[in-house]
Design a binder for this molecule. Structure first.
Ligand SMILES: [Zn+2]
Length: 422
């Protein structure tokens, strides 16, 4: 048996670094900034919103709505730009069809329009203030809502170039009705892009996990702390994650946008454990910082909406939480094509060099067969191990990172020495 210890060691280091990043992730902002007035104010609002579950049509929902209206009025009337800010309480009703049902909906959205200096269509930032009946709605979607209040504070002091519309919407938990209601309202003409703030976990960092176009992704590129990956978008598309967000109605209406959400621990989502104790100020700060950065870009003078190719998709990710990057699909295709040609050319040349030009390696027929056999063996082992775990607990992926990492280690430990012995 040929047991490549150095290779195994390298593998272990690789796994350990991935483990460290996936458990802890890039560090949240330093603690001294958590005590800033902005975060403290947001935390106070969050505590109010999270007092009790506040699902649509409940008494607590009305109290939450009244609290938000009071806060919005206070901030917008004291603003130096108050004549450029409109607060609209939208209680309109409409007939809607969904899942082969027909329903009638009367909503209670609150829109805040901050008219930009240019008056050009700008950005919608949306979060829902209703919770499910079983949760306190702290991260789903309380932090999103208090972030909207902080954006209002900011833009009432710094008038944007393009319009900014804040949608404190409700009915998200009932077929995304609030977002559908917004699309039907004339105020939707004030915007061409959107940022949806959501909660699908119960704390930690928010991730940018979906974008409808490269146009909106331009806002993501820059400097962090930020977190996001196009891989999450692909996972979402497969239907593995059983959630819908306001991202769908907004993008179906032709707005270019981003979906940003807390994503773990997933097991607390829509349960009584989505409460104030499960989250902390660093999560609040992370969402506010990111929302402010993205909104400032899309509402800023430098941002000019593309006339053509506006629907082109993009690729996005971050480098260790500090350098968010985004590419257009065309740019990424060129990049990939370059390496798709360069890689085999280089390998072909190396093979030619070591086998024919300066023959130092003699590859036997056995050598050529070994790689595909090893590969096949590893795939079989991995599928078996995953089936073992999911057979025992199909919901294991929702519970915590540790079982998933255990699967990774287990398959590595069992498969590597076995494959080396061929
Ligand atoms: Zn939600």
């Amino acid at each position: 048996m040929r047991f490549h210890r150095s290779a195994l060691l390298a593998f272990e280091h690789y796994m350990a670094s991935i483990t460290a990043v996936s458990i802890n992730g890039p560090a949240l902002p330093a603690s001294e900034s958590h005590s800033s007035a902005l975060v403290n104010a947001a935390w106070k609002d969050l505590a109010q919103i999270s007092t009790r579950p506040h699902s649509f049509n409940s008494r607590q929902h009305e109290l939450t709505r009244q609290y938000l209206l009071d806060r919005i009025q206070t901030v917008s009337t004291k603003s130096a730009n108050s004549e450029h800010i409109d607060v609209i309480s939208d209680e309109s009703g409409f007939v809607i069809t969904y899942d082969s049902n027909v329903g009638y909906w009367e909503g209670e959205n609150v829109y805040v329009v901050i008219h930009g200096t240019s008056g050009t269509p700008g950005v919608l930032v949306s979060a829902h203030y209703d919770s499910v009946a079983t949760a306190y709605g702290t991260t789903d979607d309380g932090i999103g809502v208090v972030t909207l209040l902080q954006l209002l504070e900011y833009f009432s002091g710094h008038r944007p170039f393009h319009n900014v519309v804040l949608n404190f919407n409700t009915g998200e938990e009932i077929n995304l009705f609030g977002a559908h209601q917004f699309i039907k309202h004339p105020v939707s003409k004030y915007v061409s892009s959107f940022i949806n703030l959501e909660g699908a976990g119960a704390g930690g960092r928010t991730a940018l996990f979906r974008s409808s176009s490269y146009e909106a992704l331009k806002a993501f590129s820059g400097s962090g702390p930020a977190f996001g990956s196009v891989i999450m978008q692909d996972i979402f598309k497969t239907g593995v994650v059983h959630s819908e967000t306001d991202f769908e109605p907004y993008s179906e209406a032709g707005l270019h946008g981003l979906d940003m959400a807390f994503y773990k621990p997933r097991s607390r989502y829509h349960t009584a454990l989505d409460n104030l104790k499960s989250t902390d100020k660093s999560s609040v700060k992370f969402m506010i910082d990111n929302a402010l950065r993205l909104t400032n870009f899309l509402a800023g003078e430098r941002y000019v909406a593309a006339e053509d190719n506006a629907d082109e998709l993009g690729v996005f990710f971050d480098i260790y939480g500090h350098k968010p990057l985004a590419f257009s699909m065309t740019g990424f295709a060129r990049f990939s094509l370059f390496f798709a040609i360069l890689g085999p050319t280089l390998i072909g040349y190396i093979v030619y060099y070591v086998m024919f030009k300066h023959p130092v390696v003699r590859v036997t027929a056995y050598g050529w067969v070994r790689m595909p056999v090893t590969f096949f063996f590893l795939v079989v082992v991995n599928i078996t191990v995953v089936k073992m775990f999911t057979g025992h607990n199909p919901a294991i992926i929702y519970s915590s990172d540790l079982p998933i990492i255990a699967i990774g280690y287990f398959s590595l430990i069992t498969s590597y020495p076995a494959s080396s012995s061929f």
